[in-house]
Design a protein around this ligand. Sequence first.
Ligand code: C5P
Length: 395
Amino acid sequence: MELQGKRILLGVTGGVAAYKAALLLRMLTSAGARVQVVMTEAATRFVTPVTFQALSGLPVYVDQWDAREANNMAHINLSRDADAILVAPASANFLARVAQGLADDLLTTLVLARDCPLLVAPAMNRQMWENPATQRNVALLRQDGVTCLGPVSGQQACGEEGEGRMLEPEDICEALIAHFTPKVLAGKQVLMTAGPTFEPIDPVRGITNLSSGRMGYALARAAARAGAQVTLVSGPVALPVPNGVTRVGVRSALEMHEAVMARATAAQLFIAVAAVADYRVDQVAEQKLKKELGGPPEIRLVPNPDILADVAALEAGPFCVGFAAESEQLETYAQRKRERKGVPLIIGNLIQDGFGGESNRVILFDAQGAHPLPLASKDQLAAQLVEEIAQRMAP
Ligand code: C5P
């Protein structure tokens, strides 16, 4: 519910990508936004207003002279009511009209009458996009403070391949969420670990930890939304990489250690979320172990390096944050861990409160003591944690 309470005016203009605006609308409402749809006349040739009305639960506006408004000032009422105007798809014609300040239909009129941010997601044929006139118009819009989302390269409805494809609805939705997120980590390099590690025994077997990676990935997404450059060193999980996050895939704790140490001094913040195996197998068998070879194998374990403690020990290293998942005595163990690893902040949770699930209850442990946060979804929690961490970092 990252858009809870936000009022979005979704403008739909005439282009074949208009069918994707229905999906986008669904995502925006699922994220908690109240969405008022305004279509251009041309857009109604591609998708009818009924679809958007059904999905938004609100009547759709097309006509500048719509008599439903008591004062007949739909353009003022609608733009006054919005926290942001998002136009997707934005046709070449629409961009041209807005760039010139034209107001010859309801959508362009209310764009001109707005005092809220405007975001546009252009969608058009490759040649229309590359045309110097369109490029000039987009440059003007940017100068005027309009946020341009995409377009991207790819297969086009006309059969051509090239730039001009609208960003996918999930990416537009993500950009809008990021737009509303306070930029508490603006310009910061953030390094993170997430997921489990896998310690091989032989080519097909290994020792691992149970870790869905969800909390780490949610935090990486929240940090990126807050303006950070995020590098996520991830153990084996099958989660999608959040927008704007660079993922470095690793398998074992040693690989994770190496990937982190190579990047640690460039970061201002390191968040260790990974469930790192404490031990690895001393001698990894080159060939698959055979059970015919008599009796259970003896596996000798040796300790893995503590990645968090090693980063915390760096001179002029980043601000370090660790996690502690415990099954009992959370405060005692978490504070002990914080001191042993030499980190200013540990985020603790009881395993029974959040392990592998959608939500989590955590307590922050710092030099001042324990600060509990209320039960929340991992996404909400991630946003809150980013703010808590940013407050504790040196400016
Ligand atoms: O020592 P323990 O595994 O309980 O500590 C948990 C915290 O330390 C987590 O933040 C985890 O990512 C980090 N850690 C690490 N390297 C290890 C073990 C734990 O970075 N070898």
